[in-house]
Design a protein around this ligand. Structure first.
Ligand SMILES: Cc1cc2nc3c(=O)[nH]c(=O)nc-3n(C[C@H](O)[C@H](O)[C@H](O)COP(=O)(O)OP(=O)(O)OC[C@H]3O[C@@H](n4cnc5c(N)ncnc54)[C@H](O)[C@@H]3O)c2cc1C
Length: 323
């Protein structure tokens, strides 16, 4: 919605996008496949990509025809992303990439993966020598292996990259500027309503069930507390959207939204279980127990994906000048 019309976008503001995204999430719409292209790979290409990359990828992303995955984490590199081992070696006309990625959301349905790799050996400056390359996931040498989540879903994968050739025109931004680009990308990832609406449909369904059974004072209190927090998170997230609209990079503000938002999402299923099971068991709507069990099994991942709680608090401590 926010991209320029020349690349298939609608020139809308971040706030207009916010309204639509919020409605999609609140309705539980199936947004997974194009989510990463819309939220971060597209904006990354708009900011750092070549004109040719923008013209090639952005209109297809906007049409929902081209899905992108994030190839950052590796088996021994998550929070400490600068320690990645995937390498890209210079050859005639491009780069040969070797390594593996893990926890890659939706790689099994994505077309491309923006892959963080080392283009120079690690040095004293750990953040130097990293680059982002677009790897076509149907290339020879790419193997994608599913990892089933605790809830039994295939959401993420291992991606093995074995001597994969990537042409020069698939380099995003500047070689060896990968770290700065990744940091800019993560700011898009941390503050949206997806950071506190993952369990929204459960909340709504529980409220409906309680309403049918006549809620107790205890149930009213719990629901009231969650709604109050939700309203505050929404205001904070909207404020970050306004800052993005103004061209700012609200890294600390986005970290606060994600930290508080994911705590909210993680507390919600347990709280709902306590009031729904006691108060409204006979009236529980069909589907609520299933939603509840899914939410309980998925909730631990909320504070891991997109940077863990401890890492976000580290960023905040730095932003406040405490370290
Ligand atoms: C649902 C889901 C989807 C994901 N999708 C993707 C994806 O599409 N692409 C991708 O690249 N990655 C993805 N990830 C991976 C995610 O980014 C990593 O899991 C995350 O960065 C943490 O890395 P790790 O799992 O290696 O844990 P580790 O970094 O090993 O951390 C383990 C624990 O140690 C703590 N810790 C680590 N370092 C410090 C420190 N310096 N100070 C204090 N505490 C610390 C962490 O907070 C954590 O609690 C996904 C993860 C999940 C759960």
């Amino acid at each position: 919605m926010t991209w320029p019309e020349q690349y298939g976008g609608s020139n809308c503001s971040y706030l207009e996008r916010y309204v639509v995204i919020e409605e999609l999430l609140a309705a539980g719409a199936p947004v997974g496949a194009h989510w990463i292209a819309d939220r971060q790979s597209g904006p990354l290409l708009l900011r750092f990509g070549t004109e040719q990359q923008k013209q090639h990828y952005l209109p297809k992303m906007a049409q929902g025809e081209c899905f992108f995955a994030i190839g950052m984490s590796e088996p021994n590199s998550g929070s400490d992303l600068a320690s990645i081992k995937t390498t890209a070696k210079r050859v005639d006309g491009g780069w040969v990439v070797n390594g593996s990625k893990i926890w890659t959301s939706w790689a099994h349905v994505c077309h491309q993966m923006i892959t963080l790799c080392r283009t120079e050996p690690a040095s004293d400056n750990r953040h130097a020598g990293l680059s982002q390359l677009i790897i076509d996931l149907s290339s020879d040498g790419v193997t994608i292996r599913p990892i089933k989540s605790m809830a039994g879903e295939q959401h993420f994968n291992e991606v093995f990259i074995d001597n994969v050739f990537v042409a020069d025109d698939a380099v995003v931004g500047d070689i060896n500027n990968g770290w700065n680009q990744v940091m800019a990308e993560l700011a898009f990832e941390r503050s949206g309503p997806e950071r506190f609406l993952s369990c929204y449909r459960l909340l709504e369904a529980c409220i409906e069930s309680l309403r049918a059974g006549g809620p107790s004072a205890q149930a009213n209190r719990v629901i009231g507390q969650f709604i109050a927090k939700l309203m505050v998170l929404r205001q904070m997230s909207l404020s970050v959207a306004s800052q993005l609209q103004a061209g700012k990079l609200p890294v600390n503000e986005a970290s606060v939204v994600k930290d508080l938002g994911t705590s909210f999402e993680q507390d919600l299923p347990e709280a709902m279980r306590s009031i729904v099971s006691v108060e409204a068991r006979p009236q529980v709507e069909e589907g609520v127990p299933r939603m509840l069990s899914d939410a309980i099994l998925t909730a631990p991942s909320f504070s891991l994906r997109g940077g863990t709680r401890e890492i976000l608090r580290g960023i905040l401590a730095k932003g406040l000048g405490l370290r």
